[in-house]
Design a protein around this ligand. Sequence first.
Ligand code: PEP
Ligand code: MG
Length: 845
Amino acid sequence: MATPQQLQLLAPLSGVLIPMDQVPDPVFANRVIGDGLCIDPTSSALCAPLAGVISNVQASGHAVSITDDHGVQVLLHIGLDTVNLGGQGFTRLVEEGQRVAAGETLIEFDADYIALHARSLMTLMLVVSGEPFTWTAAQTGLVETGQPLLSLTSAHAIREEQVAPTGEVIFSDVLKLPNPNGLHARPAAVFAQAAKVFSAKIYLHKQQAEANAKSLVAIMALQTALGDSVQVSAVGEDAQAAISTLSRLLAEGCGESVTALPVTEPCESVEPEVLTVLRGVCASPGSALGQVMQITEPSLDIKESGAGVKTEQEALTNALIEAQMALQHLRDTAGGSAQEEIFKAHQELLDDPSLLDQAQALIAEGKSAAFAWRAATESTAALFRQSASPLLVERAADLADVCLRVLKLILGLHDPVLTLPHGTILIADQLTPSQTAGLDVTKVLGIVTVGGGATSHVAILARAFALPAICGVPAQVLALANGSTVLLDADRGELQLNPDPLAIEQLQARRELQRLRHQHDHAQATLAACTRDGHYIEVTANVSSLSETEQAMGLGGAGVGLLRSEFLYLDRNHAPTFDEQVSTYSAIAQAVGPSHNLVVRTLDVGGDKPLAYVPMDRETNPFLGLRGIRLCLERPQLLREQFRAILGSVGLTRLHIMLPMVTQISELHLARQMLEEEAQALNLVERPKLGIMIEVPAAALMADVFAPYVDFFSIGTNDLTQYTLAMDRDHPRLASQADSFHPSVLRLIAMTVKGAHAHGKWVGVCGAMASERLAVPLLLGLGVDELSVSVPQIPAIKAAVREVDLLDCKAIAEQVQSLESAEEVREALRLYHEATVDISPVLEN
Ligand code: PEP
Ligand code: MG
């Protein structure tokens, strides 16, 4: 053991110190890897915080560890989820085993590229060998590269077990690593942490190499990858327990969401070919087998200095006019309202006065039009990206799209006409909305992108075209050769490379059945949704616009179960006028008609859904902050005006008003009082029904207390699931776990129904769960009266209702509530479906 030494750790780069607790990644925030500090960088070179030897530098260049002569190990990790970039944006300047001086540059990185393609640029410096430290500088504010920040005493050094354990060495089975990027920092930390619980001496083996399983750095130094065969060995008293715990952990992905790979038998056996799967997030459901076509944007040659202020001003003005015209043409020829809305939003961006002012100011300083326009749009996009709101982050992509459109016009570049072969799966780093909207959907079968998110415009467009799409896929996908065969299973968020014939056959059979089912369901869309034993269920629609409402009614919808009113006004810089609101609601009410329900949800903004014209404070936990009804009650004028506008539709339809995110009974009472006052002020005789969304566990648990004061409940399973399971609904790594089929959510739904029915009130479900065919028998069995679903799903959900008996549904709903996990619930429902549902009418089509 080394003698105690005082050691200074220097700032590895310049930037702003961020408290560790605020790092938006639980593995870092909870110090699973080690304690240390986080810097949001303003420089782009990572320097050594101490002298020592490079004990590991990840092949992808985003992380490096240094071990000093006394065994202190420091890990530097640039950005969050940067392992997915596959090395792009990083230049490694050091090799493993190399000795470095404090302050020496280790890695250079392209901050713009990383900010655009990874979750965050926040960079961590962690003392992974565990020595405690004290701060020698302020813990917040700006720091400069090389500034001393932490002081630690290296008394701990590398701790090998004091007494070497004795006994037989036990080996685990050989396992194939299911992690898309191998055991990089996060899964390696989870594994090392689990190994430390045991007193046994434990090693992780990869081919001839081995690593101390309790050392994060040693595991990272193994440089493992997806599908690598690994084995755990242990010796000591609790070796057997260690082997079984750690093998299970490896098979499950060490805390990462993974697809299990087959376990290989003994070491000597021939390695089966690894089935390579790249995982992302489902942006648009469906599946397709096709050939890769990579889409790349050419790099633009932009000169900084201009050819005179007047010339450059003219160049910008002309390009802006041309861009406006091109967007107008795209709007006019758009195949649907989703595309039209996006191009309209792009036109508004082109008109944005602050962008124009910034660009003009730069031109006045002598810059070229292209340089000035790019600088103006990029600085605004950077502000969007820094926002805590995923929606604003997505809007940065729209700005980049608009930026490029104008730049190409200034530079006189024309988009090459893409000749796509039939059966194309488009692969791109980031597909712009313009590129997506211009796709020849007769040739494209699916879309895969590295960037983007499930709420991006590309995702919206893909859904509008019914094209399967996944996003957030590792950057390795960009290396796939054009023409290679891939199987895109967007429902599972997977891209299978070199799919085997069996997988292809199963996919084709599944798609054929889906096609027949789709035809059958549409042919019967106008029939009532009555179970086989005669129980009527209201199948209504979730809508965000008039055109969606019209579409829903055309597809056999029994009204609107959720009008997300905030979406009517989301992409705007200014508030809608009162008259505008009245006419929007009345038009939708007329489309629904007097014999159906229209449920208008009051503004559900705040936190993750910002409204540009409602200034809100930045929040640490937006989902737990001033959202929905909480925000509206803080700004009563906003709510009162919306009530008045909605009341303009009394008499046109069966009008319902619904309050989002209700937690306290007082919120309901306050809102009802305001509604009553507004109705009286308008001298209205008739009142709309007033209900609440059940999205917060508190409301579900107290449904029997709320029920006497409402006319109805509608369960928002998206939020109810995130609040019950404490899992962010948009978190890409938790997507597969944040499942509304979890028995805890089901029990809350059952409680809500019980509380409502005891007081004679109806209950709907308007979360995404209601749009899943598999959920239909379950929700019916739980006693739900209405299913409000996404518009294209109306025929399918109605057909699913007609396929079941309510009595059977009750039995299965009762049974699955006592299962242990969402997977078990889904499996039980699948078996139930296979056993009870007759698909012959579909096949006879
Ligand atoms: C829900 O939370 O389930 C819901 C329908 O509301 P939103 O998805 O709009 O938050
Ligand atoms: Mg909600």
